[in-house]
Design a protein around this ligand. Structure first.
Ligand SMILES: Nc1ncnc2c1ncn2[C@@H]1O[C@H](COP(=O)(O)OP(=O)(O)OP(=O)(O)O)[C@@H](O)[C@H]1O
Length: 259
């Protein structure tokens, strides 16, 4: 499945099937996720990209009428094993949604929340330094440093809000960032900033990004997974999937003939 480094995979999915009630949304999906890579999920609407993303951090837990078979491992351990504590598992992931969704709270509180919830910092001074570090890593510090406590996250521009959400996602010191169309509702300049940020963040995190933008996948992804009607039809280097797709469905999609 297109190993990209000598390091073992951080996550492995094997023969994963998922049903919403009677409807099967994922069919026999297998792939590995490596540390420090950006893996993009592409494919037509409704093909299972977001569903696959949510399997990684067990975001489906608690959703009614869902059934999952197959095996999902992280660091070699079955993530759905009863001995895994779901909140502890979820802490290893940062989630960034399409629409920026900061909490209706100050910029500082938005970023401090995750670290506080999980008791990650030992003192107020450590927490202050951590909030600054997350905001710097999200390329937002210089724009907000004078308004950490007197401005709500919701008062920032759309692009700034999305970088705030990324800073918030970094707060729990995740191994993996899951991004569901992170530039889908921001303007081109803000998009360029978020894409640049993703390329910086992969030095410390694996990133899985769902995108409808072929250009974005080409600009940021190391590997691309093409989903089609619930199946992962093709997985390869970004260059291979875009220049020499192996399946006719992926070829039609990257040529813009299948939406
Ligand atoms: N909570 C749910 N309950 C029932 N069916 C669902 C649910 N979520 C998704 N589905 C269905 O599962 C299939 C896969 O949906 P999913 O959102 O994963 O696709 P996607 O590739 O991310 O789509 P898009 O690109 O439009 O966001 C679709 O047919 C969708 O209607």
């Amino acid at each position: 499945m297109g190993q990209i480094s000598n390091r073992p995979p951080l996550m492995s999915l094997r023969n994963v099937n998922l049903w919403y009630g009677d409807k099967q949304a994922l069919i026999d999906v297998s792939f590995d996720l490596y540390p420090n890579e950006i893996l993009a999920f592409i494919g037509p609407s409704g093909c299972g990209k977001s569903t696959a993303l949510k399997c990684l951090n067990r975001m489906h837990d608690g959703t009614r009428d869902i059934r999952l078979t197959g095996r999902i491992e992280m660091d070699g351990q079955d993530i759905n094993d009863p001995c895994i504590d779901p909140p502890m598992h979820r802490r290893r992931f940062g989630w960034v949604a399409q629409k920026p969704n900061p909490f209706p709270a100050t910029i500082w509180q938005n970023v401090a929340y995750g670290a506080r919830l999980h008791g990650l910092m030992r003192s107020r001074a450590e927490l202050e330094a951590h909030v600054e570090d997350c905001l710097r890593r999200a390329h937002l510090w210089d724009e907000v440093k004078d308004h950490l406590h007197d401005m709500d996250g919701t008062e920032l521009s759309g692009g700034q809000q999305q970088r705030l959400c990324i800073a918030r996602a970094l707060s729990t010191q995740p191994d993996v960032l899951l991004m569901d169309e992170p530039t889908g509702s921001i303007d081109p300049i803000a998009t360029a900033k978020v894409e640049q940020l993703m390329l910086t963040l992969k030095t410390d995190h694996a990133i899985v990004v769902v995108t409808h933008s072929m250009m974005e996948a080409k600009r940021v992804a190391d590997r691309v997974a093409y989903f089609h009607l619930g199946r992962l039809l093709e997985l390869g280097s970004t260059d291979q999937v875009f220049t020499a797709p192996r399946t006719k469905e992926a070829r039609r999609f990257v040529e813009g003939k299948l939406g």
